[in-house]
Design a protein. Structure first.
Length: 95
């Protein structure tokens, strides 16, 4: 799988999983456009599928999105979603 620049060893699995979930619903953009891809706005997944999509991400990465997260701008793009996942995982990591 080709990937966009800027991913780290920590964020690569997040990217791969999100792309896998989106590919289940149809073709995805080229890797260079993927981080900015507005999957909701473009209708790649609808609001009902979004709930299942988020649940699968929470389950896979052992995180929980808040209501504020669910309404935030970052969650609406692949790159923003990856940043939210990374932030949640970092908050949960023991010091």
């Amino acid at each position: 799988m080709s990937v966009p620049a800027g991913l780290t060893p920590d964020t690569q699995p997040m990217y791969d999983f999100i792309v896998q979930l989106l590919e289940e619903k149809g073709a995805v953009p080229a890797p260079e456009a993927m981080l900015a891809y507005p999957y909701l706005k473009n209708g790649h997944i609808d609001s009902l599928a979004f709930i299942k999509f988020i649940f699968r991400i929470e389950e896979r990465f052992d995180i929980q999105f808040s209501e504020a997260d669910m309404l935030s701008e970052p969650i609406k793009t692949v790159g923003g979603l990856i940043a939210l996942i990374a932030d949640k995982r970092n908050q949960a990591a023991p010091d």
